[in-house]
Write a protein that binds this ligand. Structure first.
Ligand code: NCD
Length: 466
């Protein structure tokens, strides 16, 4: 199966079967890193890193060079025409005419999607703000698979900054898809965004069990725990007995503990970013003593700051440098697939797991904006051509999800474009929680976030306006 000319913007752009196929190819690459020089000879990769990066950029560039290709790069917005007010779309069109594949890291959420929409060549998201980082997830899954042979049924804890950490968002989605149970242990103030939880539930039919106020677990030196996420394929004791305390759960240990640093740079960028809690346990030998953690893989996307002690580095459970080193063969495999110089073999069974939900798309200009200030669709330079675009993911309550950054909004009023031959007296708007929302055909739906906007467009309130 060919993945030629596809892009990897979110982890959902690859099916489980394609990921498995990519891992088989990564095994081949890892077996002979120096023996692949013919594969991408004559190809050019544009490496655009508008945020700091060591591992991701250098492993992508090393991968391309090992494949015999060449790299052109820009690593500073200030040194590109973006600094002159150029749009990302214009940059993408131009770079698309110079290179064969683009790898982009950018602080705006959804920026990689815009590049993919305009470049005309395969685009890889190397991190878009706090949204996603799908290739880090490939390295993480590859590491887990190597160590534990499979992912299904594993219990994996995500630790640290689960709010701004893009790696954990992509990883949680992938783990859910592969049938793992995910435990979320956020640092207080850095909890998983609601839209990420909702996507886990709506896209992957997962079940979520929440634990509130686990101060006590901290007192006892155990992990703070926010929520446990389960897939239906791995029914979980806690799902059936939610009153059981998290301590019971944690006594059985976890297969992997995925530690992340606090994303200070995003916190500063976010309006009203909190300081977070100071008293949060450092992951060290002491915390991980005891039988229950004997086989726990300690993972981290790196860079580490002070959340993971150096005393873990020689510990056989520590996987973080392995994760980083696997970045080269995994990215070599990805580049080969997207450039079409290699294909994946995908079994029918795993391909049937690619049942992506399809939702009606809402792109009418009715004044709606994505609520996320760092979404690419809200940036001055990009607003000139990007029309806000949403998927209608739920009718009750009416919920729209931004196609760029996955943040959600719940508009308050609805109308239909089917207004009886356009006669003004029947141009009515209704409350989004009235029965009208279900009655309007998706392609006729108009939504407003205020009555003012509805009135400005010539609509009048119906008796279903509250
Ligand atoms: C991560 C990132 O950039 O999101 N680093 C990486 O790519 N390995 C994690 C981080 O910066 O904390």
């Amino acid at each position: 199966m060919s993945l030629a000319n596809r892009s990897l913007v979110t982890i959902d752009d690859l099916s489980n079967g394609e990921i498995e196929g990519l891992f088989s190819l990564a095994d081949v690459m890892a077996g002979s890193l120096a023996g692949q020089r013919e594969l991408c000879c004559g190809k050019i990769m544009a490496s655009l890193f508008f945020e700091p990066s060591t591992r991701t950029r250098l492993s992508f560039e090393a991968a391309m060079i090992r494949l015999g290709g060449q790299v052109i790069s820009a690593v500073d917005v200030g040194a590109t025409s973006l600094a002159k007010g150029e749009s990302i779309a214009d940059m993408a069109r131009v770079v698309g005419s110079y290179a064969d594949i683009v790898v982009i890291r950018h602080p705006w959420e959804g920026a990689a999607k815009v590049v993919a929409d305009y470049a005309g060549i395969p685009v890889v998201n190397a991190g878009d703000g706090g949204h996603e980082h799908p290739t880090q997830t490939l390295c993480d899954l590859y590491t887990i698979k190597k160590e534990r042979k499979g992912i299904k049924g594993l219990k994996i804890a995500l630790w640290g900054d689960l709010k701004y950490g893009r790696t954990v968002h992509s990883l949680a989605y992938a783990l859910a898809r592969f049938g793992a149970t995910v435990l979320f242990h956020p640092r207080r103030g850095f909890e998983v965004p609601e839209h990420v939880f909702r996507k886990l539930v709506t896209e992957y039919d997962g079940e979520l069990v929440r634990y509130e106020a686990l101060g006590q677990a901290l007192e006892e030196g155990l992990f703070p725990l926010d929520a446990v996420y389960m897939t239906p394929s791995s029914p979980h004791q806690l799902a059936m007995m939610p009153e059981i305390s998290a301590q019971v759960e944690l006594k059985t240990g976890v297969d992997a503990l995925y530690v992340t640093r606090v994303q200070k740079e995003r916190q500063a960028a976010a309006a009203g970013g909190q300081g977070g809690e100071k008293r949060y346990p450092v992951v060290n030998k002491r915390l991980l003593r005891g039988k229950k953690f004997q086989r726990t893989l300690i993972m981290h996307p790196l860079p580490r700051v002070d959340e993971l002690a150096f005393d873990m580095d020689e510990d056989p459970r520590s996987m973080y440098f392995k994760q980083a080193s696997q970045g080269v063969p995994v990215r070599m495999a990805l580049i080969c697939l997207l450039l079409g110089v290699k294909e994946v073999t995908v079994s029918e069974e795993s391909e049937s797991m690619l049942q992506r939900k399809s939702y009606p798309v809402y792109e009418r200009d009715s004044g709606l904006r994505c609520p996320n200030a760092t979404c690419v669709s809200n940036q001055e330079t990009e607003k000139r051509y990007i029309k806000p675009k949403f998927r209608v993911v739920r009718l009750k309550p009416l919920t729209l999800r931004c196609v760029y950054c996955d943040h959600e909004l719940q508009p308050r009023f609805v109308a239909s474009s089917d207004w009886h031959e356009g006669k003004l007296e029947s141009k009515k708007y209704h409350s989004a929680d009235s029965r009208w929302t279900r009655d309007i055909r998706p392609e006729k739906l108009i939504v407003f976030d205020s009555e003012e906007r509805a009135k400005a467009e010539g609509f009048r309130p119906s008796s279903y306006v509250r």
